[in-house]
Design a protein around this ligand. Sequence first.
Ligand SMILES: NC(=O)c1ccc[n+]([C@@H]2O[C@H](COP(=O)([O-])OP(=O)(O)OC[C@H]3O[C@@H](n4cnc5c(N)ncnc54)[C@H](OP(=O)(O)O)[C@@H]3O)[C@@H](O)[C@H]2O)c1
Length: 352
Amino acid sequence: MSKIGVCIAGASGYTGGELLRLLATHPHAEVVAATSREYIGKPIHYVHFNLRGMYRNLKFSEFSIDLILKKCETVFLSLPHGVSLNYTPKLYEAGLTIIDLSADFRLKNPEAYKAWYGYEHPYQDLIKKAVYGMPELHRAELRGAKLVASPGCNATAAILSLIPLVRNRLIHMDRIVVDVKVGSSEAGSKPSISDHHPEREGCIRPYDAEGHRHAAEVEQELSIVAGHEIKVSMVPHAVGSIRGALASSHAWLINSLDDAELLKHYVNAYKGEPFIRIVYRLPPGYPDPKYVIGSNFADIGFAVEKRLNRITSFAAIDNLMKGAAGQAIQAFNIVKGFEEMAGLMVVPPKPV
Ligand SMILES: NC(=O)c1ccc[n+]([C@@H]2O[C@H](COP(=O)([O-])OP(=O)(O)OC[C@H]3O[C@@H](n4cnc5c(N)ncnc54)[C@H](OP(=O)(O)O)[C@@H]3O)[C@@H](O)[C@H]2O)c1
């Protein structure tokens, strides 16, 4: 079977680099174009030093819709919010499969873009066509989809931590508080005043503490799971590690349940999911992003504070993998009918 020609737009960035890394060994896809404005004509390893020798016949090229239409069948948009938006209609009309890693098509309610991202969404018809690219929730809709809105990293950790509790109606839905710790690569490859190394190293810094954008997609998706509207309070924290996101989601159980019953709910919620691993009472105790780094796994666990009937549900992911490029490729595999783990059989290293 010949390979599908794939383009990565925004290939010089962190999620673009991860897509290049994973697609280098994908059995059914070949990267035929990798765009960048800054590094046109440079080899891939000029930016992604880890990929030396992997792409001998590929150089960064200028972003051009015409080039993408000519060469590719699928395009991954690893571009900033508000940029993907401008290119999607033309790519969609031309019949390409689009996997967008930005937030531009994640929210179903057009009003939400103004509230959370500060712009009027100009392509409301396309919002309706986009499928939220989380396989654990939308596997059936992903099959054959033309436009995939790949979830945010903090949102992925939050949603995965809460699915078992929300789906089985085990918690009071009006009191959910999500705390996320996330490494510096979530901010992208362009250093900012607060996110370049000397400022970020060693920090434990809350941000967007009065309303994080990803709460919008967490509420949207968990409301679908619950069958009614859910609100969550969500506070992310920038930490000094490079990769990894840990969601600790706090909620109160409606009835007291012992750990064995809860464990059954978690196991059942993720039965058959190739990238979900339940972590329970074995060392190191609770999910830790350290042990999923580089892989598409999400480690999920929980702890109950019995005297308060309060549960904390944990999800540990690599923000660039299950939180971005890995999940995008998982969705791509489903869209195209490939085996879901194609290109994603990365075992996390230890120690890291
Ligand atoms: N980092 C994460 O953990 C993560 C997780 C989930 C989702 N996401 C989302 O994925 C997208 C990419 O994130 P990232 O972390 O890879 O960011 P990044 O490292 O900053 O990369 C962005 C890429 O887009 C290109 N670019 C920037 N502005 C552009 C424009 N106006 N037109 C064309 N190309 C442009 C840049 O390359 P040149 O400057 O060379 O053109 C760069 O290659 C974002 O929407 C982000 O929110 C990120």
